[in-house]
Design a protein around this ligand. Sequence first.
Ligand code: KIV
Ligand code: ZN
Length: 535
Amino acid sequence: MSNYVKIFDTTLRDGEQSPGATMTSAEKLEVARSLARMGVDIIEAGFPAASPDDLEAVRRIAVEVGNQPKGVSGAKVPVIAGLARANKPDIDKAWEAVQSAEKPRIHTFLATSAIHMKHKLKMDPEEVVQRVSEMVAYARTLCADIEFSPEDAGRSDPEFLYVVLGEAIKSGATTLNIPDTVGYTTPDEFYKLIDGIIKHTPGMHDGITISVHCHDDLGLATANALAGIQAGARQAEVTINGIGERAGNTSLEEVVMTLKTRHPVFELETGIDTQQLSRVSKLVSNYTGIVVQPNKAIVGANAFAHEAGIHQDGMLKHQTTYEIMRPEDVGVNQTTLVMGKHSGRAALRSRLALMGHSLNDEDLNKAFARFKELADRKKVITDADLEALIADEFYRPRDVYHLEGLQVSCGTLGMPTATVRLRGPDGEIHNFASMGTGPVDATYKAIDAIIKTPCKLLEFNIHAVTEGIDALGEVTVRVRSENDNQQTMDAQSEAMYSRVFGGHGADTDIIVASAKAYINALNKLIVARTEGMQA
Ligand code: KIV
Ligand code: ZN
């Protein structure tokens, strides 16, 4: 059996399904590029049948990330997968979206648990077997690389799974993914499930890859995925920061760093450049507005912080006393001093390229202007600052409203008041002044008065990108679209009006960063409404 575990990243599909994780297609493309650069083997780029926007986003990723970059040869190119339910229209759309990739994959699924077959599908087990056989065979007429998933496998009868999976192999599937869809199993049970599938599925052979896909409802996703790998699975389906439905998916960084840190236990390899983990985690958090909890393993802000005196004392004596991984291994604290106000355009271009951002001349000019502006206010500019600046300046949705100016007065001597100036969709300028309970509240009220989009602020987070009094402040917000008109709606519009959008903003002035983050989220919401983007 191979000692290589393929990393299948589903941040852009299962991860994006989590409330508020909606990304624009430019953001998805940038995440896909980063995943490819980090060495991910398969990128599940989306669910093309969900909407024309989803299909287009997957197609763009297939073209731009799923092919050898121009003028380069020998670079690792990831497989680009599109998800499809087990029906012809879905499979056709998935194929339409992924076919221009060098290595396309169709990933089709059908539920196999008694609960799902009876209540959701309303199908007999025999019908399920028949459908899997027909649809895998149909997908195989289009694409050579087919993955099949028996949804809710964690609660399915193993004997029935062997039959369904055997049919999938017979019809041409080469990857069998075993999802614990509702995060129900324990590591011991999941080990036995994978072991049984490998031993008892008819037609199982060396060319078939068994994959694990675990959800985190009981906090066991990583443990279950690793148990499945120990039983012989050689593909792990994961997301950055573990984002995903409900409590999330297995986190990429946890699986990869466990395999690396405990190499003597597993004796398995992945193709991931772990020094990029921290950066990609941040990128996904900024784009989705989903903040990484400080104590999150591997990528949380406190993952390498040592507060207790005894721990600090130990660390000073030897790093290995309290650290099982080096922060550098996951890309934390790699470079501090990068550039200052005398650094030129060429230096900025080469630093950004090293960080994985290759900007065209026009974008480089914009980045350089922002960099100079920041360098006037902050002496030392680090990679973290540059990352925040790039996230703030690029890959945003089309700017429907743009912050042109902001003036705030606050303190103990009067009511906090904000005057906001926005440029609207047709270039028109809007000014509005509002009072509030604090400067952020006043600013958001003024923005609401101009934009007039019914919504509710669900979450507001602020943190300093680096240490020091002159640090860049980074704000992420989550905003829920609301229907104020009380009009009755069809299910599709209802779904649209209850969606959550994340926003991100960075500035040395934290009120400006707050305004940018809020406008960023509202722009996404407006674009989604007007262009009918769907879940
Ligand atoms: O959790 C799940 O069952 C899934 C399948 C579509 C693979 O995401
Ligand atoms: Zn899932």
